[in-house]
Design a protein around this ligand. Structure first.
Ligand SMILES: [Zn+2]
Length: 281
């Protein structure tokens, strides 16, 4: 499943191939994604020029400037979604749901959204820049982990009095976005914090460490993904997702890379959690 690093790498990969391009045509082959694709999507998008590409949580937001107004193409990769740029697109397969034909100075290319399980989303958002945060899918998202305002103090302040386990707080997305299951387990290991610890009992100093490790873990994954960017164009084989060499995630029973103790697996909120009972307290 694409997590924040995959979405961020997708954003960076798209950027040079979509910015400044005019949308010449749109093909929607399947409207039944997580939310129905706008029946008028082609009419709304055709002729617009793509500006910046933003990411908010796991949503990608392509600024689309028209002659009279601006709006956004919002894309979520869901469980199995990918975006690829093709200088010459192959015949669409059964899971290639949306194509944008992009015109630029160097010719025409295709931006293709593929999603076998169809939990992804392709939505038109008719909001100006300064109101984008009010969109129902964005309004309740927590702070971005790379926002300068995020840090130990932020985590500390937003967890006072809360009995809920710290892992659950991270996965919830309301205090901070983008720390999915893998990255929550890995960050907590790197910070030496037991995932079941009540969030309200963790000290500011330990939260400082955790915030730094969240950024470092996500940053490492983004950097790792950046090395796959070369495959971004025209690749339709490998998913393009990538994984760090995990300390604990998916390593139940294997020796901790730090102390050798077997890694434990438990279930929290129906999700697997992995931790070292010695290194994490
Ligand atoms: Zn250990």
């Amino acid at each position: 499943m694409p997590e924040l690093p995959e979405v961020e790498v997708t954003r960076r990969g798209l950027l040079p191939h979509v910015t400044g391009r005019r949308i010449a045509a749109v093909a929607v082959r399947h409207h039944g994604l997580r939310w129905p694709v706008d029946a008028d999507l082609a009419t709304r998008l055709t002729g617009r020029v793509i500006g910046e590409v933003r990411r908010r949580g796991k949503y990608l937001l392509l600024a689309c400037q028209g002659p009279e107004d601006a709006g956004w193409l919002m894309i979520h990769l869901g469980m199995t979604g990918t975006l690829r740029i093709y200088p010459q697109a192959p015949e669409p397969g059964p899971h290639d749901h949306v194509d944008l034909l992009l015109e630029g100075a160097h010719g025409v290319s295709t931006l293709r959204f593929r999603d076998p399980r169809r939990f992804g989303a392709v939505l038109w958002v008719d909001l100006p820049d300064d109101a984008l945060d009010t969109h129902p899918l964005l309004a309740r998202l927590g702070i971005e982990p790379f926002d300068p305002a995020f840090g130990g103090r932020w985590l500390h302040k937003h967890t006072r009095g809360r009995q809920i386990a710290i892992k659950q707080v991270l996965l919830g997305g309301q205090v901070v976005v983008g720390v999915g299951n893998i990255y929550a387990s890995e960050s907590l290991f790197r910070a030496g914090i037991r995932p079941t610890t009540p969030a309200g009992r963790i000290s500011l100093a330990r939260y400082d460490r955790l915030a730094a490790e969240i950024r470092a873990t996500l940053g490492d994954a983004i950097a790792l993904g950046g090395s796959t960017l070369r495959d971004f164009i025209g690749s339709d084989g490998a998913s393009g997702y990538f994984q760090l060499r995990a300390f604990v995630y998916d390593r139940a029973g294997e020796p901790c890379r730090t102390c050798g103790t077997p890694i434990r697996q438990i279930v929290q909120g129906q999700r697997s959690t992995f931790y070292c009972p010695v290194c994490q307290r």
